[in-house]
Design a protein around this ligand. Structure first.
Ligand code: ZN
Ligand code: ZN
Length: 444
């Protein structure tokens, strides 16, 4: 990237820039006492200021010393790159945060490819920097002038969004964060890569299974074509990414898709979101196993190497009374509000994912609580009762609900719960143990 100091004007400048690069705060301050003008000098070739060098090398203390002397945080180098861009490129999160705090502009474009700091963080896979920039985007003037959604989908000179770059360069964490922040999953590039590529085309080209998985779980279209008429499946085949191709094959089973259009899903608190996301990925991994079973591809992701551990995690650790009354397999972790009924994350997710938008009308039917059929206003993490005292103190309706579920074991009437017909997919067990609707809804 040329952050070196090969060409400087004088030995004093060389000493100063070297001190900045090495993070020698004392020497930097000494140099600035001798000649405060040093702050406005730059290296000859790359036109790097001291602020650029400190940011690119993660020299937080030096960076702070310079910023405290009220230097403009958005100085430009030869390629019109700001210190914030260089810090994002090199993954120097502390410097990114300090620059943002100093009011660095997140909406500057460099002259090489017309990229922003968000592009650089996504391209190089620095998800912590990416997250810091997105957090700043909520509170800076950018949010007002551009709007947050537009910023997340900002295009570079070739029409690539940060999501395109993250997918192409195998950065699944960045793909995940960007999608969670409203990145458009089916946006086509202009000239970047093959024209008209979607993030799924680029992930197929990069051969990153985790990126493909994330994009599919966010509803990426396996049938969307690029400008030369290819679907992502063909791109993966051509590049010999067999496992990716298997998932991208339009003939293989469709994955569960994160139900982002649902209002209560977009308003989830972080804890509930984590639980549901984990359930989604787990359910999709089960599908993947079946898809890849017939092929010669093993799953390279470390997530798949410890199946035994996975089983332990999903095994209920608490007593039977905590079990989900739908699948009788997992522990209740999600509570429906306002009614207070509880179920496991897998069943919650299945409930939401089985209400896919009708492709003809793009209309999503909102799921209702499977126990009382009331509208779901919110989903929250169910409060776990870990000790006896907790049980005595909180004889809540949910506790009673669990008891009534136990009482109802063996009953075969499960009326009015048509939405639950598909839950058998999720649970391998418990098909003979169903709860009666009337008993479940019998709350005080
Ligand atoms: Zn369940
Ligand atoms: Zn309910």
């Amino acid at each position: 990237m040329g952050q070196g100091l090969s060409c400087t004007r004088s030995s004093r400048e060389h000493e100063f820039f070297s001190a900045v690069q090495a993070g020698d705060v004392e020497l930097v301050e000494l140099c600035l006492c001798r000649d405060p003008e040093m702050l406005h000098r730059s290296t000859i070739y790359d036109r790097l200021s001291a602020l650029h060098i400190a940011a690119a090398n993660g020299r937080l203390e030096v960076l702070s010393v310079i910023l405290e002397r009220s230097v403009n945080p958005d100085l430009l180098n030869r390629h019109k790159q700001t210190p914030l861009m260089l810090a994002s490129m090199h993954g120097k999160i502390a410097c990114v945060q300090r620059l943002l705090q100093a009011g660095a502009n997140i909406l500057m474009f460099d002259s090489l490819h017309g990229r922003t700091c968000l592009h650089f963080a996504a391209y190089y896979g620095h998800f912590d920097c990416l997250q810091a920039i997105l957090a700043a985007a909520h509170s800076t003037p950018v949010a007002d002038s551009w709007g947050f959604a537009r910023f997340v989908n900002v295009r570079d000179g070739n029409g690539a969004t940060p999501l395109h770059l993250a997918a192409r360069h195998r950065r699944p964490e960045c793909v995940h964060i960007l999608l969670g922040n409203g990145a458009l999953v089916c946006a086509s590039t202009g000239a970047y890569g093959y024209p008209g590529s979607t993030p799924l085309h680029l992930a197929a080209r990069g051969g990153c299974l985790d990126c493909v998985r994330e994009l599919l779980a966010w509803g990426a279209d396996r049938l969307q074509r690029d400008s030369s008429g290819r679907i992502p499946y063909m791109v993966a085949l051509k590049r010999n990414h067999g496992a990716c191709a298997a998932l991208l094959n339009p003939a293989s089973a469709e994955p569960l898709v994160w139900p982002s259009p649902l209002k209560f899903i977009s308003e989830l608190d972080p804890e509930a979101k984590l639980l549901l996301e984990a359930a989604l990925m787990e359910a999709n991994r089960e599908r993947e196993k079946n898809i890849l079973k017939g092929t010669s591809y093993s799953l390279p992701s470390p997530l798949h190497s410890d199946d035994g551990m996975d089983d332990n995690v999903s095994e209920p650790e608490t007593s039977d009374s905590e079990l989900c009354c739908i699948c009788f397999d997992q522990v209740c972790t999600i509570e429906v509000q306002d009614c207070g009924h509880q179920m496991c994350a897998h069943c919650t997710l299945a409930l939401c994912c089985h209400n896919k938008p009708n492709p003809a009308t793009l209309c999503t039917s909102t799921p209702v609580c499977p126990f009382c059929r009331s509208n779901i206003a919110r989903l929250v993490v169910a409060k776990m009762k870990t000790d006896d005292e907790g049980e005595k103190d909180a004889p809540s309706k949910t506790r009673r609900l669990r008891r009534s579920c136990n009482l109802s074991e063996g009953s075969s009437s499960f009326k009015g719960l048509s939405a639950l017909g598909s839950f058998g997919i999720i649970s391998g067990r418990g098909s003979g143990r169903r709860a009666s609707t009337s008993e479940i809804t019998d709350k005080p």
